[in-house]
Ligand binder design. Structure first.
Ligand SMILES: Cc1cc2nc3c(=O)[nH]c(=O)nc-3n(C[C@H](O)[C@H](O)[C@H](O)COP(=O)(O)OP(=O)(O)OC[C@H]3O[C@@H](n4cnc5c(N)ncnc54)[C@H](O)[C@@H]3O)c2cc1C
Length: 324
C-alpha cells in the first residue's frame, strides 16, 4: 500500500535518503523527514531521523508497520534516556509514541498505562490511587515503553516484578498481548521480538494507604538528588557492574580507581558526582561522549583487567550525515 503523501509533510524530498517519504504508507499521525532528534534525547546529542513517525494510536501504528516494506529498519525511541544517538542520525523509520499512547487507567490492584507515559507519572498516579510497589519507577526518567524494553529497575525492584502483560505491535503490524513470562526479562534487557513496539502495559500494585508510597517516592527522589547528577545531560549508568567472578568492585569504583573521575573529551566529561555517569557539559558531540566512554573502558581494562560492558545503548551512524 503506497499511498499519497501524508498531510504532515514538512521537509522537502531528499533524493539521497534511503527511505523516501513519498513511498511511505499513509498515517493519521505525523510523519516527518530528516527530523532532528538530538534536542529530545537526554544527552542532548545525535543526528536526525531519516523519517520520524508519531503514530496517532496503536491502530495507526499497526497499519503503518503492516504496509512498510519489511527490509526498512525501524527504531523505537522512548524518552531517549538510555541512549547515545550517534551524530549521523538514524537511518530508516524512527517511531516515537506521544499523545495517543499516554492514557493511564487505574484498576483495583494495578495500573494500565500507555507506553508513552513517564515512569515518574505512573509512580505518582499509583501512589495517589493508594497502590504500592511501583515507587521504584519514580527515579527513572524514561517512558513505560522504554522501561519494559529495558526491564528498568532501581532500589531492589524492576519491571519484571510488577508487570502483568505488555501489548506490542510487531514489525509486521500484528497486535499481541504478551504475559510477563513471554518477555524473557534479564538484567536491563527483554527479549521483545525484533522491531516490536510496546504500546501499553499493566503494572501490579498492592492496595495501601496513599501516604506509604508517597513517602517512599519522596525518599527515592532525595536519594537520587544526593548521589546522581539528575539535572545534567546524561544517560544514566554508563556501564554494567561486572559480575562477582570478574571483580568485587562496582563499575564506578573501577572507574574511580582508574583515575577517570572528571576525565574530559571535548564537551564530554565523566561526572565528578557519580563516575559511572557521562555528561554533556554543553556542546559535546555524540562521538565525544562515546569516545570518552571507550577511553574509560580502556583505562579500566589496563588498570584492573576488567572489561566493562556498556549499559547505555549506542545507536545510529557515526558520520555527520546519513550517507546516500
Ligand atoms: C539520570 C538518569 C538516571 C537513570 N536511572 C536509571 C535507573 O535507576 N534504573 C534504570 O533501569 N535505568 C535508569 N536510567 C536509564 C533509563 O532511564 C532507563 O533505561 C529507561 O527505562 C529508558 O526509557 P526510555 O523511554 O528513555 O527509553 P529509550 O532510552 O528511548 O530507549 C531504550 C531502549 O528501549 C527501546 N524502547 C523504548 N521505547 C520502546 C517502546 N515503546 N517499544 C519498544 N522498545 C522501546 C529503545 O529502542 C531502546 O532500545 C537512568 C537514566 C538517566 C538519564
Amino acid at each position: 500500500m503506497n499511498a499519497a503523501l501524508p498531510s504532515a509533510t514538512h521537509a522537502p524530498h531528499r533524493p539521497d535518503l534511503v527511505t523516501s517519504l513519498g513511498a511511505m504508507p499513509s498515517v493519521r499521525g505525523r510523519l516527518e523527514q530528516d527530523a532532528p532528534l538530538g534536542a529530545q534525547s537526554w544527552f542532548g546529542v545525535g543526528g536526525p531521523a531519516e523519517l520520524l513517525l508519531r503514530p496517532a494510536d496503536a491502530e495507526d501504528l499497526s497499519g503503518f508497520l503492516a504496509a512498510l516494506p519489511p527490509e526498512l529498519p525501524v527504531t523505537t525511541l522512548g524518552k531517549a534516556s538510555n541512549l547515545i544517538i550517534r551524530d549521523g542520525g538514524l537511518p530508516g523509520v524512527v517511531i516515537r509514541l506521544a499523545r495517543g499512547f499516554s492514557t493511564i487507567a487505574q484498576e483495583m490492584d494495578g495500573i494500565v498505562c500507555g507506553a508513552a507515559c513517564l515512569d515518574m507519572t505512573v509512580a505518582e498516579h499509583a501512589a495517589a490511587a493508594g497502590l504500592r510497589g511501583l515507587e521504584f519507577l519514580a527515579g527513572i526518567p524514561g517512558s513505560i515503553g522504554g522501561a519494559v524494553a529495558m526491564n528498568a529497575g532501581a532500589y531492589g525492584a524492576e519491571i519484571t516484578d510488577v508487570l502483568d502483560w505488555a501489548e506490542i505491535v510487531t514489525r509486521n503490524g500484528q497486535f499481541l498481548r504478551l504475559p510477563v513470562e513471554a518477555l524473557g526479562f534479564g538484567y536491563r534487557r527483554s527479549s521483545l521480538p525484533e522491531g516490536a513496539v510496546v504500546v501499553r502495559a499493566r503494572l501490579r500494585g498492592e492496595p495501601c494507604d496513599p501516604s506509604l508510597p508517597r513517602a517512599r517516592i519522596a525518599e527515592i527522589k532525595a536519594a537520587r538528588e544526593a548521589s546522581q547528577p539528575v539535572r545534567a545531560r546524561t544517560g544514566g549508568s554508563t556501564f554494567r557492574n561486572p559480575g562477582v567472578e570478574q571483580s568485587a568492585l562496582k563499575a564506578w569504583q573501577l572507574i574511580d580507581a582508574a583515575g577517570c573521575r572528571g576525565l574530559r573529551r571535548g564537551g564530554a566529561q565523566v561526572s565528578e558526582k557519580h563516575c559511572n555517569f557521562l555528561l554533556n557539559t554543553g556542546n559535546a558531540t555524540a562521538a565525544e561522549i562515546e569516545g570518552l566512554g571507550d577511553e574509560v573502558r580502556l583505562r579500566v581494562l589496563s588498570q584492573s583487567g576488567v572489561e566493562l560492558a556498556w549499559e547505555i545503548k549506542r545507536i545510529g551512524v557515526p558520520a555527520a550525515r546519513i550517507a546516500p
